[in-house]
Design a protein around this ligand. Structure first.
Ligand code: UT7
Length: 323
């Protein structure tokens, strides 16, 4: 399976660390040194999940020179689509008029884009004519507690997408791996809003409807599992970390990114980083970073690219591909 096109949908509104200093007890210095984030994008009333995801998808289709009617499959990785029902993928399908496709969402948090690519790969193996659109998109501002300094400085909104198909050159996905470890799921969760604590259930505090995270504990798992997933795909494909041209890690914290790169032995010049611009956009971080790196001309044909993510669940996964 090859990636034939990429795209991104980015909200216009920018929220800087200085803006956050006026909202909660924090400082640009703390946020920058502890996370690497300088600003993040936040949706306005008019900018919806579907709008961002559709924009990313249109760009990816254009780069792939494919019309929406050709799509057989639309997979959206997200936990913040516009509605609980229908899925975000169905709403993008409607916007694109891609009526031939089957469309569904997957819930794998920040690893969702990698999970989506792995699922698409299976469909393509089953039927090599399959043309698929994989989206990673989030409006995290809707599930952020803007009074909680330990989380509100971290998140942003955005969307990325990739068009994938069997392809016709020697390359594409060389190895993939996904895994999950639910034993400490409650270190990172949104307790309210599901069927256990539906919206407006009496006695449920409003804070329960936002992302809750024990950051410093999640931190250790992120490093452990991102390193593990990366090593597994490198081994499966018969490559060493030194062969990697570009590492595109999930953008949750610059210290996690640096430590994973260091543990793998990948120099920082080979690591795509945009957390300073967008913060953590969960399932969207990797496809946004991929699209930027492709359009900036950093990733060139024949390059070995390693995608590596970790998120709530916990979920984790990696994909090694030849561009
Ligand atoms: O995307 C999915 C996976 N997510 C992640 O991988 C995130 C992983 N975790 C992290 O990135 C980091 O743990 C955080 C950025 C969330 C937090 O950084 P930390 O270095 O682990 O800080 P901490 O939670 O241990 O807190 C250290 C101190 C505390 O103060 P005391 O108790 O030492 O006095 C916090 O209250 O920093 C304080 N603090 C803040 N101070 C200023 C927490 N948030 C803030 C803030 N501004 N925004």
């Amino acid at each position: 399976m090859e990636i034939l096109g990429t795209g991104r949908g980015i909200p216009k509104g920018i929220l800087t660390n200085q803006d956050l200093e006026k909202m909660v007890d924090t400082s640009d210095e703390w946020i920058t040194t502890r996370t690497g984030i300088k600003k993040r994008r936040i949706c306005s009333q008019e900018e919806t999940w579907t709008l961002l995801a559709t924009e990313a998808s249109r760009q990816a289709l254009e780069m792939a020179r494919m019309s929406p009617e050709e799509l057989d499959l639309i997979i959206a990785a997200t936990f913040t689509p516009d509605y609980r029902l229908p899925s975000g993928a169905c709403l993008v399908q409607n916007e694109l008029k891609a009526y031939k496709a089957a469309a569904f969402d997957i819930a794998a948090a920040c690893t969702g884009f990698i999970y989506g690519l792995v699922i698409a790969e299976k469909f393509i193996k089953d039927n090599p004519h399959t043309k698929a659109l994989v989206i990673g998109a989030e409006v995290l501002s809707a599930v952020t507690n803007w009074e909680d300094r330990s989380t509100c400085v971290l998140f942003g909104d955005g969307a990325g997408a990739a068009v994938v198909a069997a392809g016709n050159h020697q390359g594409g996905v060389l190895a993939s791996y996904i895994g999950s470890d639910p034993r400490v799921w409650d270190l990172l969760c949104v307790p309210g809003g599901g069927s256990l604590h539906p919206p407006f259930k009496p006695g449920v505090a409003k804070e329960e409807y936002f992302v809750k995270m024990k950051g410093n504990e999640v931190f250790k798992y992120a490093i452990k599992y991102m390193e593990e997933a990366a090593r597994i795909v490198l081994k499966r494909a018969g490559f060493e970390a030194r062969d990697v041209d570009w590492l595109i890690p999930h953008q949750a914290n610059i210290r996690i990114i640096n430590m994973v790169a260091k543990k793998l032995g990948i120099p920082l010049e080979k690591v795509i980083v945009n957390i300073d611009e967008y913060g953590n956009t969960s399932a969207a971080t990797i496809p946004i970073a991929l699209d930027e790196a492709v359009r900036d001309g950093k990733i060139k044909k024949g390059d070995l690219v390693l995608l590596d993510a970790f998120g709530g669940g916990f979920t984790y996964g990696a994909i090694l591909l030849k561009w």
